[in-house]
Design a protein around this ligand. Structure first.
Ligand code: GLC
Length: 764
């Protein structure tokens, strides 16, 4: 840009005028600075709800060659060329603009060769179009890059390229797939233990090259728009995540039963089949809270209908199942069957609620019901209409909604870019609104469930945009029963967590292809701490319920479901903490051990909160594995055996075993085993102390309503000192404190504390 001409300051905005351009630095919070080229345009965002700009104090220093903006947490330096560098408060460089020339990736390919290869159907990398909106940053030798939502591959995204264009493609995912279902243009860099975040809040098609083209730099570019992104500095990855989720929202506290086990298949398509699944779960003593109904429960795949031939007593069946602790979640796709006489279609046409061709007629493509039309979810009116339709489900007793195919999927070729979808009340294009289609649909569903039930909505979505975590939990779409997909489930869920999506899960056992008893067993072990715990499989694949593979598989599966149910309060506590911190439940080791280079790229271990480390077996025919324990004192969760951290151990892991370690000094809630979550009956809670001394903060509420927002919750401080346990209620707003609390300490002794209503305290 060459030569700074003037610097102006207005509120949180610093505008630097150069000889040939303008650079805006908006101090959003002490941790977040928005960088924008050209005349300042605040615009509007789907990711960010409401005005997040704080009146944070900051200082501007103008030198002859640079402008420095300093907050309590960071320093942004804009130089005379318009390059922008981010430092932390101590002056440590976090991320800098790359100043050298880019080098094209060597492909050694002529146009004629490319045409020839394409003729056989080879999918050749597209030559990237020159783009004004290009951000190129220095990549340091030992830097690690995380986040970006649901990208394929391993933990560290360095060295690969990715596209943001929500895509439904059931072909097995491998490293060469640059795009999947989700668009989360947020990444975290970790260099020499220092973390920063970059958030590119654009719904347009965009591209990240994370050091594939060159190991000296990484870049972002989008199809349309100007340079516009957020720089985020915070104390380590937790600080960056806290700031990012402040901006885009945090995963809200879910209903507690949603943390229970969920059984699904495409499809449990009759009343008898659903009852059979429910009965088997109970008969085999497999704890279970949810059964999912895939598309076949509908009448001809018409959304917001039920096939009464196959479900003749739908509402009463759901109420009977609820008495047994089984909740029903139904799938809802966005594609509305083009079918005059079908009320949802008729209403949408009459009120102009569907996406349109450029000539104003309703746009038609095809999904499961055949010819289908697409609700125009960018408009509030359409979302309200959809939210009202959710009443049909809740009136029947449906407990949650699973939103699928909302990239949106289209069986008759890609939806053309110019199809008219709205951006608020303005006409826009499919190209601009595509990546927020699932986001807006999730919001509509969330609003509908909240309005109809008053409870915390349980919405599962396949397609999302940054910030959708406010409305929906996610699953990772159509994986396959392949060992590589089991291996990737760990980095995939960890990176989703680092992208703001604390509530996520994979299809346990694998969706496509036939599973094997061994794969299913290892999958339930690896997934047992997935926030969303659901076994789901595709039509025509081998039946995948836990009892289909004989006694051994069933027994191991049960053992792990029981572990999950014992630990549900730990997960719930992590969710509650996450609403304040933005930290996910499942965490890569780098979150808590940023200086540990070994931890930075681990793909087959993860932390659950800060206190548990799981090291599942992710390969066949394996009876032991190497487990790396980061610094500190650890103990084997099952045997109590002590291990010093900072090194690796060979740990025995026969087919029925999950290597699991607890941090010494950790205290974990350990609830009595139940076959489903029933908060009303929770009168006692246990805690396990891993060691002789520790502290823990436990949260309790009604597990379903929003009353906690106005103080209706209890908080307990649990302390163990030299083997002696103490429990104090530090906040009491929920009327049903536990009557008894037990605390087991390392030597096996169990102490029982009883609630004394007169004093509101616990006594031995
Ligand atoms: C999609 C979903 C899958 C579902 C199927 C049928 O493939 O990803 O989970 O079972 O559609 O609805």
């Amino acid at each position: 840009m060459k030569a700074i001409q003037s610097v102006e300051q207005e509120g949180q905005l610093v505008t630097i005028t150069y000889a040939d351009g303008q650079l805006n630095l908006q101090v959003v919070t002490p941790q977040i600075v928005r960088v924008q080229h050209g005349p300042w345009q605040p615009g509007h965002s789907y990711a960010i709800a409401g005005d997040k700009v704080q009146a944070a104090p900051y200082q501007v220093d103008r030198g002859s060659q640079e402008v420095v903006v300093t907050t309590a947490a960071l320093k942004v330096v804009a130089d005379a060329e318009g390059f922008v560098d981010l430092f932390d408060a101590a002056g440590t460089p976090l991320v800098q603009d790359f100043r050298g020339p880019r080098h094209a990736l060597a492909r050694d390919l002529s146009k004629a060769q490319a045409d020839l290869a394409a003729a056989e159907g080879h999918d050749l990398a597209q030559v990237e179009a020159a783009n004004a909106n290009l951000v190129v940053k220095v990549l340091h030798e030992h830097e690690h890059l995380y986040g970006l939502g649901d990208k394929a591959g391993f933990m560290d995204k360095r060295g690969y390229e990715y596209d943001m264009w929500n895509t439904d493609n059931p072909v097995p995912q491998l490293e060469n797939r640059t795009r999947l279902y989700k668009t989360v243009p947020f990444m975290i860099g970790l260099n020499d233990g220092h973390a920063y975040g970059l958030f590119f809040d654009s719904t347009e098609r965009s591209h990240f090259d994370l050091g594939k083209e060159s190991s000296d730099y990484f870049y972002y570019t989008s199809a349309i728009g100007t340079v516009d992104y957020y720089l985020i500095a915070g104390a380590g990855i937790p600080g960056v995540l806290e700031a990012y989720t402040y901006l885009t929202g945090r995963t809200p506290l879910p209903q507690k039963w949603t943390l229970g086990y969920q059984q699904s298949r495409w499809s449990y398509g009759t009343e008898a089949q659903v009852n059979y699944i429910a009965d088997k779960m109970r008969e085999y003593r497999l704890p279970c809270d949810v059964i999912h109904l895939d598309i076949d429960y509908m009448d001809g795949y018409r959304v917001f209908t039920v096939d009464h031939n196959h479900f003749p007593h739908f509402a009463s069946q759901l109420s009977d199942l609820a008495k047994k602790g089984i909740k029903i979640v139904t799938i809802i796709d966005p594609g509305v069957k083009e079918d005059p006489g079908y009320h949802v279609y008729d209403e949408g046409v009459a009120q102009g609620l569907f996406a349109k061709n450029t000539d104003g007629s309703v746009y038609v493509n095809a999904v499961w019901p055949g010819a289908a039309v697409y609700p125009d979810f960018g408009r509030a009116k359409v979302r309200d209409w959809w939210a009202n339709n959710v009443k049909f489900l809740t009136d029947n007793g449906v407990a949650g909604v699973w939103n699928d195919m909302n990239e949106p999927a289209s069986f008759k070729g890609e939806i053309p870019d110019d199809i008219v979808f709205s951006d608020g009340d303005q006409p826009s294009t499919h190209a601009t609104m595509h990546n927020v289609y699932g986001h807006n649909m999730s919001q509509a569903t969330y609003d509908g469930l909240r309005e109809q039930t008053g409870k915390r909505p349980f919405v599962i979505s396949r397609a999302v945009y940054a910030g959708s975590q406010k409305y929906a939990t996610v699953w990772t779409g159509d994986n396959h029963s392949l060992w590589v997909h089991l291996q990737w489930s760990v980095p995939l869920l960890c990176n989703l967590g680092l992208s703001g999506f604390a509530f996520a899960g994979t299809d346990i056992g694998g969706f496509g292809s036939d599973t094997t008893p061994e794969l299913l067993t290892r999958w339930i072990e690896a997934a047992i701490f997935s926030p969303l715990l659901r076994n789901h499989s595709a039509i025509g694949t081998r039946a995948q319920e836990p009892w289909r593979f004989g006694e051994k598989t069933l027994g191991t599966y049960r053992k792990f479901l029981e572990l999950r149910y014992h630990l549900i309060d730990y997960l719930y506590d992590l969710f509650e903490a996450g609403t304040r911190t933005g930290l996910p439940v499942m965490r890569p080791l780098a979150v808590h051990y940023p200086q540990d280079e070994r931890a930075a790229t681990i793909n087959d271990e993860f932390l659950v909160g800060a206190d548990l480390l799981a090291a599942p077996v992710l390969t066949p025919n394996t009876a032991e594995r190497l487990v790396y324990l980061p610094a500190g004192e650890w103990c084997d969760f099952w045997t109590g055996k002590a291990y010093a951290g900072g090194r690796s151990y060979v740990i025995a892991a026969p087919l029925d075993a999950l290597p699991l370690f607890a941090r010494v000094g950790a205290i974990l809630p350990w609830r009595p085993l139940t076959q489903y979550v029933d908060v009303a009956t929770e009168t006692t809670l246990g805690f396990k102390c891993f060691g002789n001394t520790g502290t823990y903060s436990h949260y309790q509420d009604d597990g379903e309503s929003f009353a906690y927002e106005t103080g209706a919750y209890n908080r307990y401080a649990v302390t163990v000192q030299n083997g002696a346990a103490k429990v104090t209620l530090t906040h009491q707003g929920y009327a049903k404190p536990y009557q008894t609390i037990t605390v087991a300490v390392a030597d096996g002794a169990v102490q029982t504390l009883t609630y004394d209503a007169a004093t509101g305290s616990y006594r031995a």
